[in-house]
Design a protein around this ligand. Structure first.
Ligand SMILES: [Zn+2]
Length: 141
């Protein structure tokens, strides 16, 4: 089975993505800036393609009325992002993965804080992408 493994820094939380996930996006929103870095890089995975191997220390922070962010209680790694209402899929920080998931674009580009310049190779959305990335499926090799 084709899979990508991932974990937090201390490995208390580990998981695998099976078969496929979404191409990743760079999110420049102000909440990601506080939680991760000047921008974050997430892929999304359907629940049936995602499996926790260990979730000791996994904590969820209710970051807004609609969303929550998952992190490791022990090492502080910021790992996940998920809807509080619809949990059929989970967004996973690509930095936690042991393999690359190609980037397809940017969201919340209007909030961009980094002074890095990005090529026009990747689509740039000023706010959310309104489902644009939903069907951009990356088949794990
Ligand atoms: Zn940890």
């Amino acid at each position: 089975m084709k899979k990508i493994k991932g974990s937090c820094l201390c490995k208390s939380i580990s998981f695998e993505i099976i078969n496929e996930c979404r191409y990743s996006i760079l999110c420049h929103c102000t909440m990601c800036q506080k939680s991760n870095a000047e921008f974050s890089n997430y892929t999304k995975v359907q629940n049936n393609n995602f499996k926790f191997l260990s979730k000791k220390g996994l904590k969820w922070f209710l970051s807004s009325k609609k969303f929550k962010r998952g992190f490791c209680n022990n090492c502080g790694s910021s790992l996940f992002f998920q809807s509080r209402q619809f949990n059929h899929e989970i967004a996973v920080s690509t930095g936690s993965l042991n393999s690359k998931v190609p980037v397809k674009g940017h969201i919340y580009y209007k909030d961009k804080k980094s002074n890095l310049s990005f090529s026009n190779k990747h689509k740039k959305f000023m706010k959310s992408a309104n489902g644009f990335f939903d069907n951009l499926i990356y088949k794990i090799k």
